[in-house]
Design a protein around this ligand. Sequence first.
Ligand code: CP
Ligand code: NVA
Length: 307
Amino acid sequence: MIKHFLDIKDINIDELKTILSHASELKSERINKPKGSKDVNQLLKNFVVALIFEKPSTRTRFSFDVGVRQMGGETISVSQSEIHFGKNENIADTARVLSRYVDLVILRTFDQKVLFEFAEYSSVPVINGLTNQSHPCQVLADILTYEECRGSIEGKKVTWAGDGNNVCNSYLQAAVKFGFSFCFFGPEKYRPEPKLVTEMENSGGDIFLTTDPNVAFRQAHLVVTDTWLSMHEADNTDKIKTFQMFQVNSEKMNIAHRDTIVLHCLPAHRGYEITDAVIDGNSSKVFDAAENRLHVQKAIMNWVLNS
Ligand code: CP
Ligand code: NVA
């Protein structure tokens, strides 16, 4: 059976933990090595990987591309305008054809339905490189980062400050799998989809929604934020205004633990969802998480192709 990596909720916790522990091993093997040198075990040797990006990307695109090279594989990277993708050729036919050329597809697209349709017709594994509804690679990298610094995330309180967006949705799914409590601190209008919240609660998730910073930040072990306006959304000044009181700043961080960690998937809009003082402060592990995208995604690629 083909293994895809599409959504955290579809993957068994033991497998998620295996991916994380393999990511740590892969990371430790890279210490003091030039970024372009090959890993000792070239786990993707003779594999060719397609990177299809329908939206801009810095981290996801570079980290997958470099990861494949370190693992001994080859990449072909294209943007939306360079291939017939759902415009001149339907998604199913594109998936069928690309499966004849490559061993793995990394796809960043708009609607999650496109990702699912592509995976349905692909005869090679597909990895979700972000959709409007989810960003599972980011959340696994965040969990690796938290656990490197503070140990197991199980039983901890994770506070999401901001928009109920794609990254937030993947956190909700991860809360159930990894057993952490999840507090959403954002405007009522921009809460995550009630359907997903209910589904996660019914699966045992400890989920709390609040607009009170004291409730949100008190006893938080991990604070996470993200842009107030995602890539797939049009400019919306009214939406941005709604979020002003949900900014992650020093005042709110003072409510949290002294050893609370702050993460942001990046790109960050400094002075909006997060202040310079917080993102550049001691609590921030934002750039460690960005690095961990590389190691986690290498472990994910190995998981879909070799396990
Ligand atoms: N965090 C993240 O996925 O960044 P990019 O959009 O740069 O890939
Ligand atoms: N929510 C953001 C994440 C970027 C990595 C977006 O979709 O633009």
